[in-house]
Design a protein around this ligand. Structure first.
Ligand code: DGY
Length: 316
């Protein structure tokens, strides 16, 4: 019997070609809907490898039930959806897909900054709805990006990619990070200083116990009333109730979110009432070439693990 590889979402055929000769590849057949918990539990019990999405909760209960499991390959750079302690205790390898998504995610982050600052989505709606009556001196005006100050919270590879883009806009960049980095033309700042001096605050840090809720009322109050907050990391880092109040009361000027505490965002969520919030459905790495490269890394990690070879991109 071939070892079972279970994939939690329908993928393009070519993504799994390399695995099919040696393994029994089973796949949840829906592209839009995540695999239900009970199906995932049953499949995990039989699988040697799990190929997971960031929307799958791979918790202790599931990991302990998966007695043959050797690897969890997560199709994302973030892996906060996986209980690493539980995986470590069972000797299960966990991998992610870094580097190949760096530039595309930096593109999206900078694109969301531009869209938020210059109200691109709101402006497009006026063209479609017929609200566009004439050119007006102050109509659809936003915040200037060129020459502004950008504060990056979490300076890893994606942060460096955003800095390269910010250079083209002659922005002054400061960053806050757990560890100081030696980077050219980018200044380290304590969090409060970064928040109070930046015109754009961009969150790029992973979601951990330490960063959960790190941007709340106190931090939003420190920001300029002309500032924009951009989050392309994970929803739980920003307290959404506090953000709602700050945007509603115009304590900050606008925000751009690609990530939310609950994804997909429920249609009754009060954030949807706000006109100074630009929202995207977690598409940071959604470039066609990038997604194929991410899938390639996942297939490689699973094949290497099941063949007893050394595994790249292990996070535990
Ligand atoms: C990831 O891969 O963790 C990012 O959220 C992609 O958008």
């Amino acid at each position: 019997m071939k070892p079972i590889v279970y994939i939690t979402r329908k993928l393009p055929e070519e993504a799994i070609k390399g695995l099919e000769n040696s393994y029994e590849v089973r796949m949840w057949q829906e592209e839009e809907k995540p695999v239900p918990r009970e199906v995932l539990m049953e499949e995990a019990k039989k699988a040697s490898a799990l190929w997971t999405m960031l929307s799958d909760q791979i918790d202790r209960e599931l990991i302990e039930a998966a007695t043959d499991l050797k690897i969890i390959a997560n199709l994302a750079v973030g892996y906060n959806n996986i209980d690493l302690d539980a995986a470590r205790e069972r000797g299960i390898a966990v991998t992610n897909t870094p580097e190949v998504l760096t530039e595309t995610t930096a593109d999206l982050a900078f694109g969301l900054l531009l869209a938020t600052a210059r109200r691109l989505i709101e402006a497009e709606k006026t063209v479609r709805s017929g609200e566009w009556q004439s050119w007006t001196p102050m109509g659809m005006t936003g915040q200037d990006v060129y020459g502004a100050t950008l504060g990056i919270i979490g300076m890893g590879r994606i942060g460096e990619g955003v800095c390269r883009r910010a250079g083209g806009f002659d922005m002054k960049v400061m960053y806050h990070n757990r560890t100081r980095r030696s980077l050219e033309d980018v200044e380290y700042a304590e969090l409060d200083e970064l928040l109070s001096k930046s015109d754009f605050v961009m969150i790029l840090t992973p979601l951990t116990e330490e960063t959960k809720g790190m941007i709340g009322k106190r931090e939003l109050d420190l920001m300029k009333d002309t500032a924009c907050l951009i989050n392309v990391a994970r929803g739980g880092i920003v307290d959404e109730d506090a953000l709602y109040d700050a945007l509603k009361e115009r304590k900050i000027w606008a925000a751009g979110l690609d990530v939310f505490e609950q994804e997909p965002l429920p249609l009754d969520n009060k954030l949807l009432e706000l006109d100074n919030l630009t929202m995207l459905p977690h598409i940071g790495s959604a470039g066609i070439r990038t997604r194929h490269q991410m899938m390639g890394l996942n297939a490689e990690a699973i094949a290497a693990c099941l063949a007893g070879q050394s595994i790249k991109n292990r996070v535990c």
